[in-house]
Design a protein around this ligand. Structure first.
Ligand code: ATP
Length: 722
């Protein structure tokens, strides 16, 4: 019995060998003889063929061509098979993929040759199988046709084109291709007959039965060692052998093709051109891109060209001089193919040892994959854990802030209640969140670089509108801008409410504290007692715990006008004169004028004329402290003041506002106020003048507001109450 590896076939892994290339010249046919065409080709040896035609000196074509084997017209197909294809075909029995295909122009004898080779090869395969008693074989037969770039199953009546799929191990595979278990020789003949019947053929001027498609007959051979095997029962061999009958290259002018035939010819030529390019690239080396995917033909043949397959090509020639150019092209293709090397590899397990090695490699690969997956999973879990911790922290922060807000709101309500302020009164509230240096004692508004928001608060609601404003501490010198107050809001304050959390200011945006009030204290600076310490919120303590609201207001916003104006006036004058004495004089003059105006028009009672000068400056202070203290006497004054204000005509109030705005040395710019629609610029200096401006703003809108400021450890509140 022959060796499993065949007669003289070397199957060492990685061994390279060239494609076996042979040339077969068919006999002159009746037509050619009738036309008295001459025979151009002569095989001068077993492997050299020469062109007998006299060539001009300028011809680029060689005269002689050498291949692995050349066969003249007298040589039988059997010999072509035996010498040029058998060795390759039988290598499939040893687990090596193999392909044999015929290439040549139309009517050159491809089908004739391949039909014979296919039958001889399969016949020999049957013989080899029968001889091999230590292995059990299974043969599977399939047939493919590529017609006009569509892949068809020749064993199926359904002409639906089949898809080509890329399998990582098998390479290109034809999806849903019929595979029939080949039983015996008779069965083979039946199947070949089916394929022949199914294949697209047509009549051309050169071939009455021209194949208009590429045909691939595929035989898959599976074998496993049986009980008689000395190698081992587990060894398995699987390989395929392809018998490829290509459609013939043709020149439309020669075939006089038109319509359907012309279209077929275009597809045929295009795919053969791609095949030629692939072979040419492969012959020049394995580097670089090989355009296998440019045609269905080269995709399917990829494993048969330059891959692991053993390959034999039989190039067929028509000897007639008429076909000289086509024959030369065929030989050029053959020359390229001659240099293409393939690597013969047994692509199946051939021994127990190899099987063990393969399993070990597979185990290693799986372990690596598992490790990678595990690492990836751990990483993801770590990220999730970190996010969860972050979320928990943020939830805790939200909780803490909510508690702070509620605490602040509660304290405000308590203070308002203690001060006798109606909780349902509408208040405009400004909340400043101090920096961490809040305890240091003084607050330099010039340091403020962020924006503040001003809104309104109805004391009971925690949600609603926020009227945005901004406080540009540097450019506006401590002016508070209220940028988006609107008439509607002002006239219907009951609709306004503020969510205190919305108006909280980022500490970095708002305040910085200095140790003391600068000697050049401007109206932009709030100062606090040097010894004053803002309390920790946990102590449930406010600024007002140490001083009365009146003292507080007097201390930071000027003396109360109603209560002992004469005593406090010099002090106020001293402070303001240190700021800008000439403006003070100017202001007092203007204030006096405007009071006189009002008196002259009889809108201000005589009892209040006595309060001048400075009464207007102190009006706000009076009302504010009165309400804070809950002092009934002072509240009467508030009431009186309300009467005074309300008794004024609109024109009076506007006039008063205009005059007063001019009198302020940090004046509210009337134009700017109007440009900002109803947005006023408020001077929030510690002088009563600041608060006067707030009053001014409110009076303009026929709303009478007061200002309170509370400081706690975390928040400072400035709100304007109606
Ligand atoms: N070596 C040969 N000996 C005798 N006759 C041959 C030989 N080669 C081919 N023929 C004949 O030549 C004709 C054309 O051959 P064949 O059909 O095989 O050509 P082809 O290359 O397959 O053409 P196409 O590409 O058009 O299908 C056929 O009638 C065939 O019998």
């Amino acid at each position: 019995m022959e060796s499993i590896y065949g007669d003289g076939i070397d199957v060492e892994d990685g061994q390279e060998e060239k494609i076996f290339v042979s040339v077969r010249v068919r006999p002159m046919n009746a037509k050619e003889i009738a036309k008295n065409d001459s025979c151009d080709w002569e095989c001068v040896s077993d492997n050299t063929i020469v062109c007998k035609n006299v060539l001009t000196e300028r011809s680029v074509y060689p005269n002689a061509y050498t291949f692995d084997r050349v066969y003249g017209s007298e040589v039988a197909t059997r010999q072509v098979y035996e010498e040029g294809a058998k060795r390759v075909a039988l290598s499939a029995l040893n687990g090596i993929n193999s392909s044999i295909f015929a290439y040549g122009q139309t009517s050159s004898g491809k089908t004739y040759t391949m039909t014979g080779i296919t039958q001889y090869a399969i016949s020999d395969i049957f013989d080899q199988i029968n001889k091999q008693v230590d292995r059990d074989f299974v043969l599977k037969f399939s047939a493919i046709e590529i017609y006009n770039e569509c892949v068809r199953d020749l064993l199926s009546a359904d002409g639906t084109p089949l898809r080509l799929l890329d399998d990582p191990e098998k390479g290109t595979v034809v999806d849903k291709l019929t595979e029939i278990h080949l039983e015996d020789w008779t069965h083979l003949m039946e199947l070949l007959a089916v394929c022949e019947a199914q294949r697209k053929i047509g009549e051309t001027s050169l071939n009455q039965m021209s194949s208009r498609s590429h045909q691939i007959i595929r035989l898959t051979i599976e074998s496993v060692a049986n009980e008689f095997s000395v190698i081992g029962s587990a060894s398995t061999l699987t390989a395929t052998v392809n018998f490829v009958d290509l459609a013939g290259s043709e020149r439309a002018s020669q075939t006089r093709a038109a319509g359907k035939r012309l279209k077929e010819g275009c597809h045929i030529n295009r795919s053969l051109l791609t095949l030629g390019t692939v072979v040419r690239k492969l012959s020049k080396g394995r580097n670089g891109h090989v355009p296998y995917r440019d045609s269905k033909l080269t995709r399917i043949l990829q494993n048969s060209l330059g891959g692991n397959a053993r390959t034999a090509i039989v190039c067929t020639l028509s000897p007639a001089h008429t076909h000289l150019e086509q024959s030369r092209n065929t030989l050029l293709f053959a020359l390229c193919a001659k240099d293409v090397r393939t690597s013969a590899q047994v692509n199946v397990v051939t021994s127990e040892k190899a099987l063990v090695k393969q399993l070990q490699r597979e185990m290693t690969r799986l372990e690596n994959e598992l490790r990678d997956m595990s690492t990836s999973t751990n990483h993801s879990e770590t990220i999730i854990t970190e996010k969860e911790v972050q979320i928990q922290k943020m939830e805790q922060e939200v909780k803490d802030l909510t508690q702070e807000r509620d605490l602040a709101r509660t304290r405000l309500e308590e203070i308002l209640r203690a001060a006798g302020v109606d909780q349902n009164w509408v208040c405009d509230l400004l909340i400043l969140r101090p920096s961490t240096s809040v305890d240091s004692g003084s607050w330099d508004v010039n340091s403020i670089s962020g924006h503040l928001r001003i809104g309104s608060w109805d004391g009971s609601s925690t949600c609603g509108h926020i009227r945005n404003g901004s406080w540009d501490g540097s450019s506006a010198s401590g002016h508070l801008r209220s940028g988006s107050w609107d008439e509607h809001s002002m006239s219907d304050m009951s609709d306004l409410a503020i969510n205190t959390s919305d108006v909280a200011i980022n500490p970095s945006d708002v305040v910085a504290f200095n140790d003391s009030l600068p000697s050049t204290a401007s109206v932009n600076t709030y100062s606090f007692p040097k010894n004053h310490k803002l309390r920790n919120p946990n102590e449930d303590h406010y600024v007002f715990d140490n001083i009365t609201p009146r003292e507080f207001m007097n201390q930071y916003f000027g003396p109360d006008s109603k209560a002992e104006w004469e005593k406090t006036s010099p002090k106020t004058k001293t402070r303001t004169s240190s700021l800008d004495s000439f403006k003070e004089v100017e202001e007092e003059s203007i204030v006096k004028d405007e009071v006189d105006d009002i008196h002259n028009e009889g809108n201000l009672g005589n009892s209040h004329a006595d309060q001048s000068p400075g009464s207007l400056n102190l009006t706000r202070s009076t009302s504010c402290s009165a309400i804070i203290d809950g002092d009934s006497t002072l509240c009467e004054n508030v009431s009186e003041k309300n009467v005074i204000v309300e008794s004024k005509s609109d024109s009076d109030i506007k006039k008063l506002c205009r005059q007063d705005s001019h009198s302020s040395f940090k004046s509210v710019d009337e134009k700017e106020m109007q440009q900002n629609n109803d947005g006023g610029i408020f001077d929030l200096s510690p002088s009563s003048r600041t608060l006067e401006k707030v009053m001014e703003y409110d009076i303009r809108r026929e709303a009478y507001h007061m200002v309170k400021i509370f400081f706690s450890y975390d928040y400072q509140f400035l709100f304007f109450c109606k």
